[in-house]
Design a protein around this ligand. Sequence first.
Ligand code: DGL
Length: 313
Amino acid sequence: MTAQLDASPLMPANPAPDGVTPVSHTASDAQTRAPAAASPVGVFDSGLGGLSVLRAVRAQLPGESLIYVADSAYAPYGERDDDFIADRTLAIGEWLVAQGAKVLVVACNTATAQSIALVRERLPIPLVGVEPGVKPAASQSITRVAGVLATQVTLRSARFQDLLERYAGDCRFLCQPGHGLVQAIERCDVGSPELRKLLESYLQPMLDAGADTLVLGCTHYPFLDATIREIVGDRLTLIDTSVAVARQLERVLDQNGLRASGGADAAPLPRFCFTGDGAHLQQVASTLLQIEAPVERVNIPSRRTATLVAHVA
Ligand code: DGL
């Protein structure tokens, strides 16, 4: 994708009066069904970024049913505080369990870095997280200088620091918070002149320092690959872990006897859910994934927001 996506909103297949399909659920029905192989895989992100992971999952595991949640009411997570992210990740995980999800893919580096350990303890299903590809970058870099673009929360997390300690070796990692990038992608801007300028300001210092590898440490960023390519040409090898995440999901399904038995023909279209604005979700699914599926608005209150609402009332 080299240009800004058409931002005109698309309508769901069965629009409600406000143009979305409102569905309200609470986490209180969670854990009522034992998941089986035919159950869906839950995939979640703060917004549209996890669609890059969903794309890889569909390619690797075409027989799986998928439910995707974009927490668009609260995106971006990348500059939120830790409790907020843990609260949202848990609330969405519980909601997906209530929908019958057999495995949860936390398709968000920020939520994984900050809260996967806590959420793993609380949910009754296996979890698969994503993390920046420090290990592949360190093994591929020839100049031994690599850049990492990720959110502020991911970069400052203990989990990311631990990744660097374990795998960086003699490779120098230049860590750059991608301020403004998630917001642009959520607006479906993947190539405007302003965005390009912002990206140049992040990438040029990496090139100047001799980097030959760039870790895309946020699941939104693969949607910028064409614009990044226009800026850096073939001077940087881009590391995107979405295919590795899909393979890890395959292993987890197999280990737990949860792999769907049918092929692509047996799998329904993914169920796309959003908590805030869903027009762009449908647009990106259609443009980048070539999936024409309706989107549903869902209400997933978290403990913290429920408390805030009660307080205001
Ligand atoms: N896709 C999320 C990630 O991988 C974006 C975080 C955000 O919402 O800022 O980190």
